[in-house]
Design a protein around this ligand. Structure first.
Ligand code: 5GP
Length: 203
């Protein structure tokens, strides 16, 4: 009756994607899971292994590539990031939707494999605002901020690959938009195989 789906969310670093995804996951705890990625990036202060990411070294990451353990992987801002095939398959087959917070290179790979995944792109209202948010977040060095700003300009060019665009000026409005996408994606008639499972047809 309920067709589980992948929700692929991409955004330039600092656009507010993590806050929006976390809000959606806490609203739909019983039906939506977050895909915890593997990365070779160093953990930031406060990040927890196995919760934010699985932090691994490059040798292990490359071994996982060779063993075809990733549904997709990419080098982003100079580090490796990848989505676990096993984790996604487990979640989908246990009846959960999954949200993937991945970059456009990864989104393109998912698009080739899951034709009915939903693709959402989130942007800050301006590049100045994006920079302010990155600076105020205090998680990145100046060098890293510059890399991320340069990559943001490149990533935005891929917005047409996505089904939806959210301009995150105000978090509450952006969240309402994300929530509306999530809900309406489960009302699609093409995903309903048997209407009698939804409506009591007895007269
Ligand atoms: P951050 O280092 O800020 O956590 O993430 C940097 C970028 O890597 C973000 O654009 C994020 O969406 C992307 N990313 C995180 N996990 C994955 C993944 O598993 N695959 C890909 N392709 N990108 C990822």
């Amino acid at each position: 009756m309920y067709k589980t789906k992948l929700f692929v969310v991409s955004a330039p670093s600092g656009a507010g994607k993590t806050s929006l995804c976390n809000k959606l996951i806490s609203k739909y705890k019983d039906r939506l899971k977050y895909s915890i990625s593997y990365t070779t990036r160093e953990p930031r202060i406060g990040e927890v292994d196995g919760q934010d990411y699985f932090f691994i070294d490059e040798k292990k990451f490359k071994k996982m590539i060779n063993n075809e353990e990733f549904l997709e992987w990419a080098v982003v801002h100079g580090n490796y990031y990848g989505t676990s095939k096993k984790l996604i398959e487990e979640y989908l087959s246990s009846g959960y939707d999954v949200i993937l917070d991945i970059d456009p290179q990864g989104a393109r790979q998912i698009k080739a494999k899951y034709s009915d995944a939903v693709f959402i792109f989130i942007v800050a209202p301006s590049m100045k605002e994006l920079k302010n948010r990155l600076v105020n977040r205090r998680t990145e060095t100046i060098e890293n901020i510059n890399i991320r700003m340069k990559n943001a300009l490149e990533e935005i060019k891929f917005y047409k690959m996505y089904d939806y665009l959210i301009v995150n000026k105000y978090l509450n409005i952006a969240f309402e938009e994300l929530n509306a996408i999530y809900l309406s994606e489960h009302l699609k008639t093409k995903d309903i195989e048997n209407i009698e499972e939804l409506i009591d047809m007895e007269v």
